[in-house]
Ligand binder design. Structure first.
Ligand code: HPA
Length: 281
């Protein structure tokens, strides 16, 4: 379990930094929506009005991502009339971080007052009907990491010892996302995300197994952050950018450059979709 004092301290430092950055109307930003930007969603930064960055290096105890394709900062601003905070860059289990480090961003955003979490990622498509470059709305997930951010003593002020996971992804937010995708002409599939520890990609036998066990896409993030978010009562919307096809009988290599390239190409529609959803939450 996360150290509550560490999270509170990080949130306090951010709050005082924000009080020195008044935005529209002379008041500091009060984000109600937080967006975790996975690979490819960097473009959302440009959709932000009144954007004010805060590097993780200025937040005490905040873990830095060692992945070159991930920036390391919060970005506070507005989309339409909605105050948002972007988490640009996250850390992962495969970097050697503990579950509580992986979830610190979510804990801090919730402590700052965020009520809705939009979480995005790059993932491999296990569903054979889908293509690289498609987007997938997460309807559910399977936590294959073998880890949980809730292991250890529970901090009751955050949430219950045994948080419910019968509806990890918010159905109403999912409906808004489907409607906005249709309006924008963006293809948005719906499916189950398998969260794995990585960093190695899957063998053919592993992709066959994940598919048989009910997953439509596989990736190396998100599930722990969603557990922490649900523990704190946040409403969650999850969207994967499917960067490669992951089919057991015709496996192809999916080098990082390819994942980043496809995520970058699909990033524009993901950005437009997320921006449209934020305006309606
Ligand atoms: N597997 C795991 N993680 C990923 C993949 C994949 O195929 N593509 C992007 N992230």
């Amino acid at each position: 379990m996360q150290n509550p004092e560490k999270v509170q301290n990080a949130a306090s430092v951010i709050t005082s930094a924000l009080s020195g950055m008044p935005g529209q109307g002379g008041r500091p930003p009060r984000p109600r929506v937080g967006v975790v930007c996975g690979t490819g969603l960097g473009g959302l930064a440009e959709a932000l009005a009144d954007a004010r960055p805060l590097p993780y290096s200025q937040v005490p105890g905040f873990p830095q991502s060692t992945v070159a394709s991930h920036e390391g900062r919060f970005l506070f601003g507005r989309i339409g009339t909605v105050d948002v905070v972007l988490q640009q860059g996250r850390c992962h289990l495969y970097e050697g971080y503990a579950p509580e480090d992986v979830c610190m961003g979510v804990r801090v955003m919730a402590t700052l007052g965020v009520e809705v979490l939009i979480i995005t990622n790059a993932a491999g498509a296990l569903n054979p009907r889908w293509d690289a470059g498609d987007l997938m709305l997460l309807t559910d997930h399977v936590n294959f990491t073998g880890r949980s951010p809730l292991t250890g003593p529970n901090h009751d002020a955050w949430g219950p010892r045994f948080p419910d996971m019968s509806a990890p992804y918010d159905a109403a937010l999912g409906r808004i996302a489907m409607e906005e995708a249709a309006r924008l002409g963006v293809r948005l599939e719906r499916g189950v995300y398998a969260g794995v520890p990585g960093p190695q990609m899957e063998t053919p036998a592993e992709t066959r197994m994940y598919r048989h066990l009910g997953a439509d896409a596989v990736g190396m993030s998100t599930v722990l952050e969603v557990i922490a978010a649900r523990h704190m009562g946040l409403r969650v919307l999850g969207i994967s950018c499917l960067t490669n096809k992951n089919l057991p009988d015709c496996m192809k290599e999916a080098p990082l450059e390819e994942v980043i390239r496809v995520a970058g190409e699909a990033g524009d529609k993901l950005t437009r979709l997320v921006a449209a959803v934020v305006e309606r939450v």
